[in-house]
Ligand binder design. Structure first.
Ligand code: ATP
Length: 308
């Protein structure tokens, strides 16, 4: 797969003297969904604003479709669509005019067939003539996406597309994003929600304190960094980890089960010996379960704090 966006050595220092990005390198592959994950203030918005040509970098280079975003701004900008965090729509304007106007801003000739197709894909056809003020929050977010797609970009940035929206709407948004990918659009979404990255992304980039900590295939990342937990349910009530098992990485959970954390990739997981030591300690198994650690566990391990 070739790269549609390349970011090299990108630095951004604001006039205040604050450094928001430090020598960021990132390649975005054509047709992928990349989730950019990071805690508050990590630099996510600054990075996507720089790629979209809205923030001028202090150092480094960004190319979109081979065009330099600073020196060849118009060509690079025409290839990207940006769905901002905030809903910034004209409340009394009709949906169709909002989207048409946005296309006009890019100097593209009017093309109602294309706009109608965008509205149809976003399930907005029956709101075509409605005023923005009459729409629900979820519909307004769809209009933001329609606006961002109005000039036929190949790369779509969604900045926190589901911040503060309910579960139903979030799932709805995920369906929309998947459909865009099916149409060949490259999608980059920034999110606080690990669940969102886990659900949607082909690859995950983690940014913290202005630096990219890693970029990796989601599945490989989870395999590489994932630990497993084995939950040992006992017939007996135990109030603490029995002293005979003190040598294992065990803790007691709220249900009174023993939880063993181990590296599923290790040559020796220690499970066999642990289970025989459980029996030797006079304890009887009721049930056993194992669980792969989630992306959230991995994130906390990397960044040292929760994403939100
Ligand atoms: N114009 C500006 N001047 C000075 N500092 C800024 C400016 N814009 C952003 N920052 C700072 O740069 C850092 C990165 O901000 P940015 O908005 O990129 O983070 P983020 O990862 O998108 O965070 P959030 O998840 O909270 O939106 C923050 O500490 C922010 O306060």
């Amino acid at each position: 797969m070739d790269d549609i966006v390349t970011v090299s050595g990108l630095g951004k220092r604001f006039a205040s003297g604050f450094t928001a990005l430090r020598s960021v390198d990132l390649s975005i592959r054509r047709g992928e969904i990349l989730a950019l994950l990071g805690p508050n203030g990590a630099g996510k918005t600054t990075l996507i604003s720089s790629i979209c040509g809205l923030t001028t970098p202090t150092s480094g280079e960004i190319r979109v479709g081979g065009h330099d975003v600073v020196h060849d701004y118009r060509k690079a900008r025409a290839l990207v669509g940006l769905v901002p965090q905030e809903i910034n729509l004209e409340p009394f304007e009709k949906v169709i005019n909002t989207v048409r106007f946005s296309r006009g801003l890019f100097g593209k000739p009017r093309n109602d067939a294309y706009i109608d197709e965008v509205l149809r894909k976003l399930s907005l056809s029956d709101k075509r003539e409605s005023k923005v003020i009459e729409l629900s929050g979820g519909m307004k977010r769809r209009v933001l996406i329609a606006k961002a797609l109005s000039h036929e970009p190949r790369v779509l940035f969604l900045d926190e597309p589901t911040a503060g929206v309910d579960v139903e709407l979030r799932k709805d948004m995920w369906r929309v994003v998947r459909a865009l990918k099916d149409d060949g659009v490259t999608v980059i979404l920034t999110t606080h929600y690990i669940e969102e990255a886990e659900e949607m992304a082909d690859r995950i980039a983690v940014i913290n304190d202005g630096e990219i900590l890693l970029v990796e295939e989601k599945a490989a990342l989870m395999r590489r960094m994932g630990q497993k937990q084995m939950i040992i349910e006992l017939q007996e009530d135990v109030t603490e980890v029995p002293p005979a098992l003190a040598g294992y990485d065990l803790h007691r959970n709220d249900d009174g089960d023993l939880v063993y954390t181990y590296d599923a990739k290790a040559d020796r997981t220690g499970i066999t010996r642990l289970l025989s030591d459980v029996a030797a300690a006079g304890l009887t198994l009721r049930d056993l379960q194992t669980r792969q650690s989630s992306l959230e566990d991995i994130f906390v391990g990397l960044v040292g704090k929760d994403p939100a």
